[in-house]
Design a protein around this ligand. Sequence first.
Ligand SMILES: *[C@@H]1O[C@H](CO)[C@@H](O)[C@H](O)[C@H]1NC(C)=O
Ligand SMILES: *[C@@H]1O[C@H](CO)[C@@H](O)[C@H](O)[C@H]1NC(C)=O
Length: 547
Amino acid sequence: MCGILGLLLHDSRTDCAPEICEGLSLLQHRGQDACGIVTCGYKGRFYQCKANGMVRDIFDEKSVQKLIGSMGVGHVRYPTAGSFNNAEAQPFYVNSPYGIVFAHNGNLINTASLLHYMDATAHRHINTSSDSELLLNIFANNLQQTGKFRINEDDIFTAIGGMMKQVKGAYACVAMLAGFGIIAFRDPNGIRPVGMAVRKSAAGNDYMFASESVVADASGFTEWDDVKPGEAVIITRTSVSRRQVHEPATFAPDIFEFVYFARPDSVLDGVSVYRSRMAMGDALADEVRQVLTVRNIHVDVVIPVPDTSRVAALNLAQKLNLPYREGFIKNRYIGRTFIMPGQQMRKKNVRRKLNAMALEFVDKNVLLVDDSIVRGTTSKEIIQMAKDVGAKKVIVASCAPPIRYPNVYGIDMPSRNELVAHGRAEDSIAEAIGADLVIFQTLPKLVDSVRQFNTSITAFDCSVFTGEYITGGVDEAYLSHIESLRADNVRGKVAAMTGDLSTTEGKGGGGVGRGANAGEPIIATLNATAQNGVDNTVGLHNSYSYS
Ligand SMILES: *[C@@H]1O[C@H](CO)[C@@H](O)[C@H](O)[C@H]1NC(C)=O
Ligand SMILES: *[C@@H]1O[C@H](CO)[C@@H](O)[C@H](O)[C@H]1NC(C)=O
């Protein structure tokens, strides 16, 4: 997952970087691996600062001061399993045509054919294995094809519309054209979020694009409006233009944003994340009551697994008339385990991150509420912690149904056989994580928990629960393909973590990632030609001659 941000200040003498930096820190939960800002100043010069690390580590007073200009783009990126390569930090830049800067959240699923198109037809070099760089170059190529010295908004809309026809997958993007303005667009299914807001003053309006509305609220921007699926928005110093550049497809925002990813104080597509989590707790309470009655189990206390599930757990406890206790105290200065790459790191982190207060567990039947169960490794560790401090029975209630399929739209989910619920019935999931019982939210109830706040949303992307992928193009071959990449990458990552960076780099497979890895294998295939030693022409194959 990633966070994206664009800002245009009406006063061209004010630098926008401090505010982008502030905004990125509010999006930090969407990615803690790398971050970056590019601004555009006088004469259309771009100033950039991007690197691996958290916003507070990368941006200090000195680095922010160097980012000159009143418009800019920012990005936070979550770990791409195995990639320590800050060449992949965003925003990306291409000089031609006109100078474009680009930040992307999501994942493309037809990277193989797109890379081939880049090489064979567009003759553009893609340096990293990031699908975001690919997407940027498709956009640039489409703009290039206008062949014009100066382009207008029509040309930009046309280029984005054309791009939407070429690419498949999830993408919410913010771009900037040198000396011109900022642009945002969202894939035709609207899987990933991005919206816009305005800060009005007598002197003029400032405009913002951001992944989540919380950024706008915190910076005094109002009139939050989600970019529509298949829509593009261009903001210049003199105008705001919006256009539907792709015919409407099924709007299907990713329901996992509400379950886990987004901040509770954000409103996405008219739905308060906080309210939807309250509703998830209410709905789950009904399910829990029913199951406990049937199984004749008594629960003494409801304890949330911090932080995401707190909201739901409190509502659930109230509805079941059970005491709610904060039994786990979080060490706030350690990152979220879900988005840390590499299994080993994840295991160690749970206990570093949480402490169980014996007082609230001893001799009790405990109902732990969690937002979801992915690998089950975290749940297993937490359940063990509860038992270690004296819990009699541990029952787990999950706000989301069993996750049985990988996410291919930009959330870094493990491959199917790493998902504890894949191919397992619920009782056997309980056994696998060491719980006495696991109670899952049903999918219709989860959907209703979100949808009740905006009933005009007719579908959600629920592929991690159902294995049905809204964009099409995700078949067994594709899933096995990304899984094999992933496996390679995890191996590379472990090598990298133990200090053996050379192994990672040398394989060229170390730079893995968020499904973006999809780029890697193709490269390997094309490489085969170069390896014959016959082909000495310039092109993609030669660019990747490292293997
Ligand atoms: C191209 O990729 C390599 C290897 O990942 C990286 O070291 C380098 O900085 C990249 N070059 C540019 C211009 O981004
Ligand atoms: C509800 O969702 C629809 C899309 O189905 C969107 O057009 C509308 O703006 C949303 N409502 C609000 C209040 O954001």
